[in-house]
Write a protein that binds this ligand. Structure first.
Ligand SMILES: [Zn+2]
Length: 210
């Protein structure tokens, strides 16, 4: 049994969504300056690195992140490799061999290689799920969808994919690093920070081989 940490490391030099605040992570109490202890503070968008989107991210009356179900965030998951696609469409999903009764699906695409190479510039040509792909997943009862770049939706096409998934109650997990993970079944543990009244939250996510 192997455990994979599929979370990105949060640091000031990591890429963030264009227009979002960069990560600020600094010590404000320093032992070398006579402080009693080292104490750091952090400021960043809640959509930084590995994180979940709450429905409230795109739906004004939607649930906020502290109300997402832990039952949905943990449990059996399937990692699907799609190394050669530029967009995850309904046609791509139809052709893929997703085991029946899969409720949580994580897509490993060429995006994960960007994390493996530790490239820190924002890539606008990342692989993401189209509106018809999102509709396919919502219609088939998926409860959690994970992607390996900073948005589940293609660049500059954010609204439709997010709205379809979040309206259907699908938990959206973004910013995964799946570069070390083979296609197959795992148990997912995804634990977002319990932030009050918030549209998303950073999460630690791991996969355990089954
Ligand atoms: Zn997000």
């Amino acid at each position: 049994m192997h455990t994979y940490d599929i979370s990105l490391t949060i640091s000031p030099d990591m890429p963030v969504w264009p227009g979002d605040p960069a990560v600020m992570l600094e010590r404000f109490e320093k032992m070398e300056n006579g402080g009693n202890a080292n104490v750091s503070r952090i400021a960043m968008s809640v959509h930084t690195g590995t994180h979940v989107d709450a429905p409230y991210h795109f739906i004004a009356s939607g649930k906020t992140v502290e109300h997402l179900s832990i039952i949905t965030l943990t449990g059996r998951a399937y990692v699907l490799h799609l190394p050669d696609v530029d967009r995850i469409t309904a046609a791509v999903l139809e052709k893929a061999d997703i085991p029946p009764r899969t409720r949580r699906i994580l897509f490993r695409t060429r995006n994960s290689e960007v994390w493996a190479r530790q490239e820190n510039d924002f890539k606008s040509n990342f692989v993401a799920i189209t509106a018809d792909g999102a509709q396919y997943l919502a219609d088939r009862g998926f409860k959690l969808v994970g992607v390996d770049y900073l948005s589940v939706a293609p660049f500059k096409e954010g609204k439709p994919t997010h709205e379809i998934l979040l309206n259907a109650g699908v938990v959206v997990l973004e910013g995964l690093n799946l570069s070390q993970v083979s296609q197959g079944r795992y148990t997912l543990y995804c634990l977002p920070l319990k932030l009050a009244n918030c549209d998303g939250a950073p999460a630690r996510a791991i996969l355990v081989g089954v």
